[in-house]
Design a protein around this ligand. Structure first.
Ligand SMILES: CC(C)(COP(=O)(O)OP(=O)(O)OC[C@H]1O[C@@H](n2cnc3c(N)ncnc32)[C@H](O)[C@@H]1OP(=O)(O)O)[C@@H](O)C(=O)NCCC(=O)NCCS
Length: 164
């Protein structure tokens, strides 16, 4: 029997000021901004950038080619996707087939949501269990599979969040 054991850990991570990480986590080659929180059992892959004042709750997976802005909340068990299996199966590590995801600022993603490679503007809420399949360009609350706009956010919410 031959088994290769690899250990989770924190490797080559750029941390801002006053970041809190609750181990065990698997963080490598990524960048975490000032005042952000990373809960336990989170994996963040190389090249990912997380902005300032974010909260990444336990059991979330953030893959390569993801960038997250400032003041974002990623709830428990949120899954990001960069490989759409577009050629009939996994890209097998061929990063040229992966696609990127970008979250703006003040984006809150509910528990167990899945984000396919998309771009999401500032001031968006994604409902629990949603599957986001298309870019979101208007602030608001989105839910369901595929995620659709449930309702807009009050102007005051968007304005006050912007001024934080
Ligand atoms: C999406 C969300 C923000 C909507 O909240 P809301 O605006 O108060 O919505 P309501 O509860 O009034 O529901 C409105 C409609 O959307 C539906 N809905 C609400 N949340 C939904 C969700 N996550 N997925 C699918 N449908 C949802 C409701 O069933 C309701 O449908 P109906 O009009 O046919 O009855 C909220 O339900 C949600 O999922 N929040 C995520 C919370 C979370 O994960 N927190 C993590 C904490 S650690």
């Amino acid at each position: 029997m031959s088994v290769l054991y690899k250990q989770v850990g924190i490797k080559d991570v750029t941390f801002g000021e006053q970041v809190v990480v609750v181990e065990p986590v698997n963080l490598y080659g990524c960048s975490i901004g000032d005042g952000s929180f990373i809960g336990p059992f989170v994996e963040i892959q190389k090249g990912v950038t997380i902005g300032k004042g974010c909260r990444i709750q336990s059991h979330s997976f953030i893959c390569e080619l993801v960038s997250i802005g400032d003041s974002c909340f990623i709830a428990h068990g949120v899954m990001f996707v960069n490989d759409l299996f577009a050629s009939g199966g996994p890209a097998g590590g061929d990063a040229t087939k992966w696609k990127s995801t970008r979250l703006g600022n003040h984006v809150s993603v509910g528990s167990h949501a899945t984000l396919l490679p998309v771009s999401i503007c500032d001031h968006v809420v994604i409902g629990a269990g949603a599957v986001v399949t298309r870019d979101i360009t208007q602030p608001g609350i989105y839910a369901g599979n595929p995620a659709r706009l449930l309702r807009s956010l009050p102007e005051s919410t968007v304005d006050s969040a912007t001024s934080l």
